[in-house]
Design a protein around this ligand. Structure first.
Ligand SMILES: [Zn+2]
Length: 319
């Protein structure tokens, strides 16, 4: 398959970034996980922040008396090895578990390194994504430039050791972590990780801070992302009132982080659908909505995802 990491419509002249919509032209940095600035969110619960580097996720480590759960691997085996080394030190003899928030390369394409060291546990829908869409994403991401391709060298898509359907309670010893499949939103197989005793929620890419929401809308290859479902999932998560939210990318925040993202998605939906009701071409819709969103959020990175968000919402608009 000749996948391209491309927005459904080419950006117009008012885009701040130079480029044609192909991600590789946005000068992607080397997606290196750096074990630094480790943040302690609660006792025995730390995050290696992504330092706002593109294609690097926030990575979590949650400990109990018996075991430690790692959330997300970083992209490729070399990043994941650093994460495993940190996890092994952190666990200090405790058993290791690995889970990934969804199958996208910077979150899950390092899981192979954990084989034999950790029990890899994910939801069924994500396991299906990884097996069926993983190879296409590997090829697509290798086209994102030399630094990304280098990190993806040697990737072999891992098979989970344990798979659950809707939710799973993982007992780490004196601390129970809840893994919950959310249903289709940012991808078909998103899951969140909740640590009730600490009020912490790991959202994966259901939330990002400091940037426009990532819409992996790549018709005809991948049209799983649903803006409509995504809004519902965020509202549902916000109603559970977590105290600390760890987004897939960007700074850790409070519960308002979820509302900020759902407010943005609702605005994107409304502005897209208003124009969709007229006879406006999709290209014009994209241009107008992009300009509006950039005006609303002038400090947010990754405006290339606005166009794919518009494309997704156009497809979800009732005919
Ligand atoms: Zn993602």
């Amino acid at each position: 398959m000749n996948w391209q990491y491309r927005s459904p419509a080419k950006p117009g002249g008012n885009l701040r970034c130079k480029g044609t919509g192909v991600m590789a032209e946005y000068e992607l940095p080397d997606p290196v996980v750096q074990i630094s600035d480790v943040q302690e969110l609660a006792p025995d619960l730390v995050v290696i922040p992504n330092r706002r580097v593109g294609l690097v996720p926030n990575i979590g480590f949650i400990g109990g008396t018996q075991a430690v759960l790692v959330v997300d691997t970083g992209m490729g085996p070399r990043n994941a090895q650093k994460v495993l080394d940190f996890a092994t030190d952190y666990a200090a003899g405790r058993k290791l578990y690995l889970t990934t928030t969804h199958f996208h390369p910077e979150h899950a394409f390092g899981a192979q390194v954990f084989a034999g060291h950790a029990t890899f546990l994910i939801n069924q829908a994500q396991a299906h994504d990884l097996a069926t869409k993983g190879p296409g994403y590997l090829e697509m991401f290798r086209g994102l430039g030399e630094p990304v391709a280098r990190q993806l060298e040697g990737v072999e898509l891992a098979t989970p050791d344990l798979v659950y359907d809707d939710s799973y309670e993982l007992d780490l010893g004196g601390r129970v972590v809840q893994l919950q499949a959310t249903g289709r939103a940012h991808s078909n197989g998103d899951q969140v990780v909740k640590i009730p005793d600490a009020g912490v929620l790991f959202t994966g890419d259901l939330a990002e801070t400091g940037q426009f929401a990532i819409f992996p809308w790549f018709p005809p290859h991948d049209t799983d992302v649903s803006g409509v479902r995504w809004i519902q999932v965020l509202q549902h998560l916000a109603a559970q009132r977590p105290q600390v939210v760890v987004p897939g990318h960007g700074d850790v925040g409070g519960p308002q982080l979820l509302t900020h993202v759902s407010d943005y998605l609702e605005l994107l939906r409304d502005e897209t659908w208003i124009r969709r009701d007229s006879t406006m071409s999709q290209e014009t819709i994209v241009e107008e909505v992009r300009a509006l969103m950039i005006t609303r959020h002038p400090d947010w990175a990754a405006p290339e995802w606005i166009a794919s968000g518009v494309g997704c919402f156009c497809s979800e608009h009732a005919a």
